[in-house]
Design a protein around this ligand. Structure first.
Ligand SMILES: NC(=O)c1ccc[n+]([C@@H]2O[C@H](COP(=O)([O-])OP(=O)(O)OC[C@H]3O[C@@H](n4cnc5c(N)ncnc54)[C@H](OP(=O)(O)O)[C@@H]3O)[C@@H](O)[C@H]2O)c1
Length: 244
């Protein structure tokens, strides 16, 4: 583990990759706060195990006042410090654009674009005062490569990549590092819409012959937010080479 002793926010930590990252970061001696719309039994178990080092609030990523209050509460709880933010919360899509209704398009844009932008905006205000910080967006290979049925989702991830590059230039001189980690498909509730034969095809086309798992992705996030790399404004792919 590279990241320890930090105060960290991971959005969407109630299940999937977010839950894995929260669990590993707590285990490594960090203080970790997360939010999601629903409370899960895994979140309850973390509260019990880690006490004051862990903070969870039920929150929708698009609730501007709620996100502001959350960041303020985290800073109060964690002695005013906010070292890293991992923008992980997102929703998927599994429909051709012509079948995707306008409400769904709006929802993907709100959760996957507006949500992380709001959280980042509030976080960097804190980080600018500190003169240090790390922002890591969980993007996707879809942000750089085309996949049918994922056009709006792909657009939202391409936005994160582009926003990250511009923001790195805005805040880099102030000691804030902004990067994206872009996984290929991995097993989770989000990717459960893929049929076994689709997963087999993806594996066949992947040079490493296997899908990434939560730990593969976390290992890269851990390095990116550790503040030890001087990596700035980059999209790092964790995909077994399918985009190579
Ligand atoms: N799975 C893949 O194949 C894959 C591939 C590449 C990239 N990614 C990216 O990896 C990240 C994690 O994906 P995952 O597969 O672990 O997804 P997941 O299992 O569906 O988990 C998503 C998390 O985000 C939370 N969330 C969703 N909408 C939210 C909202 N409006 N407000 C607050 N929290 C919200 C969910 O909790 P609630 O629903 O309770 O709010 C949950 O905790 C995402 O950014 C995803 O785009 C996934």
């Amino acid at each position: 583990m590279y990241t320890t002793g930090q105060s960290i926010i991971v959005s969407g930590g109630s299940r999937g990759l977010g839950l894995h990252m929260v669990t590993q970061l707590l285990e490594a001696g960090n203080k970790v706060a997360t939010f999601a719309r629903s409370y899960t039994k895994e979140v309850g178990a973390l509260s019990e195990k880690y006490g004051d080092s862990f903070y969870f609030a039920p929150l929708d990523a698009v609730d501007v006042n709620g996100v502001t209050a959350f960041v303020n509460a985290v800073c109060d709880k964690f002695d005013g410090q906010l070292d890293s933010v991992v923008n992980n919360a997102a929703i998927g899509q599994d429909q051709l654009l012509m079948h995707t209704d306008p409400e769904t398009i709006q929802q993907i844009v709100n959760i996957n674009i507006v949500g992380p932008t709001l959280l980042t905006r509030i976080a960097i205000k804190r980080m600018l005062l500190q003169g240090s910080g790390n922002i890591c967006n969980i993007s996707s290979i879809c942000g750089s490569r085309g996949y049918a049925g994922l056009s709006v989702y792909a657009g939202s991830k391409g936005y994160l990549d582009a926003m990250m590059r511009a923001l790195a230039r805005e805040v880099g001189e102030a000691g804030i590092f902004v990067n994206c980690v872009a996984p290929g498909f991995f097993e989770s509730e989000m990717s459960s819409v893929l049929r076994p034969e689709q997963l087999d095809t993806i594996k066949r086309r992947t040079p490493s012959g296997k899908l990434s798992n939560d730990e593969n992705i976390f290992k890269v996030v851990d390095l990116v937010i550790s503040g030890t790399t001087n990596m700035q404004g980059q999209v790092v792919f964790v995909d077994g080479g399918i985009t190579s």
